[in-house]
Design a protein around this ligand. Structure first.
Ligand code: ADP
Ligand code: MG
Length: 211
């Protein structure tokens, strides 16, 4: 069981997440083409490439620095709104994580809470608005609950990934209240939100890396 993670595990989590998202690039663009402008797959593909590059460059750095570098890299992605939002998420994770080399389950929960907090400074979207928040918010709650209940990092991340998947699936029946899909009104119903989908893939990748 993984009781703490360090930069090596964090790097593995992010690389596995990036690979997971990359596999789904066509699906993500397809989802975005029905309720948005069709660029979510390419934006995420670029963002994942920037994550890998930042990880290569940050070799040997502590988790805080790794996440800071990843955040700034993703922030600079060329494309849709999701790039900057995701960048701010990683920067918030960096701000919240301790200075040390090892992070336990509660520290990982705090790290994700910091990411969410930073994202909430960029958008007022909450659960039910059909955005990435529908995947992220329940995932962070599940992660915190598992960590406080004494779960290992791996088990807590698995709970988070599960909750993100349920949240992403729930967006299918929702009407979008943020982003481009908002313009479709009622017609945005019936399709899963691309951003919630990619967020759930990121979390699944991170969890799989520790399983
Ligand atoms: P764009 O809409 O600029 O083309 P993307 O296609 O890359 O950006 O990403 C779309 C996703 O980003 C949406 O599915 C949604 O999850 C998320 N998103 C867009 N705008 C917002 C917002 N204001 N708040 C939260 N999430 C948003
Ligand atoms: Mg788009």
């Amino acid at each position: 069981m993984t009781q703490t993670i360090g930069s090596e595990e964090l790097g593995r989590m992010l690389r596995t997440a990036a690979a997971k998202v990359r596999q789904a690039v066509p699906t993500l663009s397809q989802l975005d083409s029905v309720i948005g402008d069709g660029d979510h797959g390419t934006t995420m593909d670029r963002a994942m490439g920037l994550i890998d590059k930042a990880l290569d460059a940050a070799k040997g750095a502590a988790p805080k620095a790794v996440l800071n570098d990843v955040g700034w890299a993703v922030l600079g992605v060329d494309g849709g709104a999701s790039g900057p939002l995701l960048g701010m998420f990683f920067l918030g994770m960096s701000e919240a994580v301790g200075e040390g080399a090892a992070v336990d389950a509660k520290g990982v929960a705090a790290m994700f809470e910091g990411g969410l907090k930073s994202l909430q400074q960029q958008t007022k979207a909450v659960v039910g608005d059909k955005t990435m928040m529908d995947a992220l918010m329940p995932a962070v709650t599940a992660l915190r609950g598992a960590a406080d209940g004494g779960a290992s990092v791996a088990a807590a991340m698995a709970k988070a990934a599960e909750a993100a998947e349920v949240g992403a699936a729930s967006t299918k029946d929702l009407q979008a209240r943020f982003g481009r899909a908002r313009n479709l009104g009622e017609r945005s119903k019936g399709y899963q939100d691309p951003g919630a989908t990619s967020l759930s893939l990121l979390l699944r990748g991170m969890a799989d890396a520790l399983a």
